[in-house]
Design a protein around this ligand. Structure first.
Ligand code: CO
Length: 209
């Protein structure tokens, strides 16, 4: 018995269409991947990295979790980063959040949500670091949007603080860390202008000699 038959049907059509325009596409991809980008994004089904920047399989290495959080001790995220940087030699790491993020919204309330509260607490920390700025807004929507942005900026910093990224810079690997945010309402990306290219741009206490 085949379940979810419609997905297999769609898959067959998709692969056929690609092979029609490039018969070697899958064969070439099977031999190697050379993505230039590592994308760290939210798991939200509406934020599909390949689709929204028009990339094909093989072009973006991906790590996604609830609210695109980079936790210092998350071996899953760190392993993805290590492989992307040290083996695949990606040139860019993009942390991409999105407005209307359910994870961020849940972190802003005082309800109990179960296991996920342990994850959302990292976002509450981001709120706490920037509390006076966020609370200077009266409107909850403005606070929510700002926290979505500040969370991206904080996670960009967390990426830069890893030994993975700092060792890459030390060895002369040109690696740029970007912070972007996506609007589900418009389908458009916005650059938060927090591009980091070397260790002198991160806080002193985090710089590794
Ligand atoms: Co989200």
């Amino acid at each position: 018995m085949q379940v979810l038959k419609h997905l297999f049907d769609t898959n067959r059509e998709w692969a056929t269409k690609i092979k029609e325009s490039n018969p070697e596409f899958f064969l070439q991809l099977s031999n190697q991947q050379t993505p230039e980008y590592l994308w760290i994004g939210c798991s939200d089904s509406r934020v599909s990295e390949n689709l929204l920047v028009g990339k094909m399989p093989g072009e973006i290495f991906v790590h996604r979790n609830i609210a695109n959080v980079v936790v210092h001790s998350d071996l899953n995220c760190l392993s993805v980063m290590q492989f992307a940087v040290e083996v695949l030699k990606v040139k860019h790491i993009i942390v991409c959040g999105h407005y209307g993020c359910g994870g961020i919204k849940a972190a802003m309330d005082n309800q109990e949500h179960g296991l996920i509260d342990n994850w959302l607490r990292h976002i509450k920390d981001v709120y706490r670091y920037h509390q006076s700025r966020i609370d200077s807004f009266q409107n909850n929507e403005d606070k929510f949007n700002l926290l979505c942005e500040l969370n991206v900026i904080e996670q960009v910093a967390n990426v830069c603080h890893t030994t993975i990224v700092q060792n890459a810079w030390k060895s002369g690997h040109e690696l740029v860390i970007h912070g972007w945010i996506y609007s589900i309402e418009t389908g458009l990306l916005k650059d938060l202008n927090v591009c980091i290219t070397n260790r002198s741009e991160i806080s002193k206490v985090h710089q590794i000699e």
